[in-house]
Design a protein around this ligand. Structure first.
Ligand code: PLP
Length: 445
């Protein structure tokens, strides 16, 4: 047998894992699946602003060769100016690296830092690439809780208790994926002071920085970190709805003195892959300057605002669900009331919802939480679709409640098999396939 690398043994990315593959299988059988498991704006009809597309097309002739390992100068310079406009001091184009999405830079920035067994503080729940990239690069992810009962806001004092002599860095995701929490300034200040006092590198993933609702205030971490290295990650994927362009960046600020060796290592890693996708980089300057069309989407009447509102009203009407209203990003991390279902299993539920109702959500356990009561949806579909989705979710949960009253064990296996609108119905093929997937995968992890 051809065995894969041992280094991948504990690396997980369930959002594109077995459930997503099963959804794909069902699609190939002709079922219409509503996929709420991934934040891909293009999938739901969002278009990249035309000015970005034109900037790229105009410059295609300048995009045929490799560029500098850190990225093209006009894009890096535009990122510097954008940082200045956000109140970040002391950054030049030298401290900017452009990558194939923030994803590549999450990997490279950790790879340049970590040695065997180094610890990185990562939020729980997290965007799971962070945990995966720490593991992939021989580190150990130590999760700090962002508890539902605290509105998913972390407590800097609790984080401080997790710091050990092996801790090298702390990851902050703000606005947060999956919870939508937007962290108050005082909390970010607390994390900044902790990182400074324990000489931790701060990795601040701010890819949703301009997606905030109802007046929530986003504070850039780099405006607060002075006495340690701060890496701010962002990109074109979300705010600019251009995730297929694969453009992300990392900007270093704070205590740059003493970081030369680390930054040279990152430059070496960047050189080994020669450069990142050049055509997409030509869209950066246009994206960051001038009118920001994301504003239209996040204000009342805008697509994202209204779809988020549809989720919140469906949950307000639900017998079984609860949520802390997301203040930012494009997700809701929804809890199932445990008084209704003490033995709720998020993966079982996600599978039942997929097989019975053809809706794909991401179970909470995919985001490195110790509890099994949550699931994540994106608010990228429009409000009418979300209304239909939540009606289907309610039916599955009502089925669980009915089977519980009927005395059967577990939360999943006796759910209703009602056909969703516009689907072929899942009863015949669905249940057989469901058994197959569970058998084949054991417990999914
Ligand atoms: N960081 C967060 C918090 C994300 O949610 C995502 C994508 O969903 C990424 C990074 C990856 O972004 P990119 O498309 O720039 O690789």
């Amino acid at each position: 047998m051809l065995r894969s690398s041992e280094g991948l043994r504990h690396v997980r990315y369930e959002i594109r894992g077995r459930l997503a593959r099963r959804a794909h299988e069902l699609e190939r059988l002709g079922y219409e699946i509503i996929s709420l498991n991934i934040g891909n704006p293009g999938l739901f009809g969002f278009r990249t602003p035309e000015s970005l597309r034109l900037a790229m097309i105009e410059n295609l002739a300048n995009a045929e060769g490799y560029c500098h390992q850190k990225g093209i100068f006009p894009a890096r310079e535009a990122i510097v100016m954008h940082q200045q406009a956000r109140g970040v001091q002391g950054v030049t184009a030298d401290e900017v690296f452009i990558g194939n999405g923030a994803s590549e830079l999450i990997d490279l920035t950790l790879r340049a830092l970590l040695n065997d067994g180094d610890e990185v503080l990562v939020p729980s729940p997290d965007y799971p690439l962070w945990t995966a990239a720490v593991t992939l690069n021989r580190g150990r992810a130590v999760h700090y809780p962002c508890r539902p009962e605290n509105g998913f806001i972390p407590d800097p004092e609790e984080i401080a208790r997790l710091v050990t002599p092996q801790t090298r860095a702390i990851v902050v995701i703000n606005p947060n994926n999956p919870t939508g929490a937007v962290y108050p300034r005082a909390v970010l200040e607390g994390i900044a002071r902790l990182a400074e006092s324990r000489h931790l590198v701060v990795f601040s993933d701010e890819i949703y920085d301009q997606i905030v609702y109802d007046g929530a205030q986003f504070v850039p971490m780099a405006t607060l970190v002075r006495d340690t290295l701060c890496a701010t990650l962002s990109g074109l994927s979300k705010v600019y709805r251009a995730c297929g362009y694969r453009v992300g960046w990392v900007v270093f600020s704070g205590r740059l003195r003493g970081a030369g060796d680390y930054l040279s290592a990152l430059e070496l890693l960047s050189s080994l892959r020669l450069c990142s996708n050049v055509p997409g980089q030509w869209a950066v300057q246009t994206a960051l300057g001038g009118y920001q069309s994301i504003q239209e989407l996040i204000l009342p009447g805008g697509w994202l605002y209204e779809s988020r509102r549809a989720i919140l009203s469906a949950i307000a009407e639900s017998r079984y669900l609860e949520v802390k209203p997301p203040a930012g990003a494009m997700y809701a991390f929804i809890g199932v009331k445990t008084d209704e279902f003490a033995d709720f299993d998020d993966q079982r539920f996600a599978l039942d919802l997929l097989e019975q109702k053809h809706v794909l959500v991401a179970p909470g356990v995919s985001f490195n939480v110790p509890y099994r009561t949550h699931f994540r949806v994106t608010n990228l579909p429009d409000a009418p679709i979300l209304k239909r989705v939540f009606a289907r979710i309610e039916e599955v949960l009502a089925g669980y409640a009915a089977s519980k009253r009927g005395g059967s064990k577990g939360t999943g296996s006796k759910g209703p098999d009602a056909k969703g609108p516009g689907t072929k119905g899942s009863d015949a093929k669905g249940s057989g396939s469901r058994d197959t997937i569970v058998e084949a995968s054991g417990r999914f992890r």
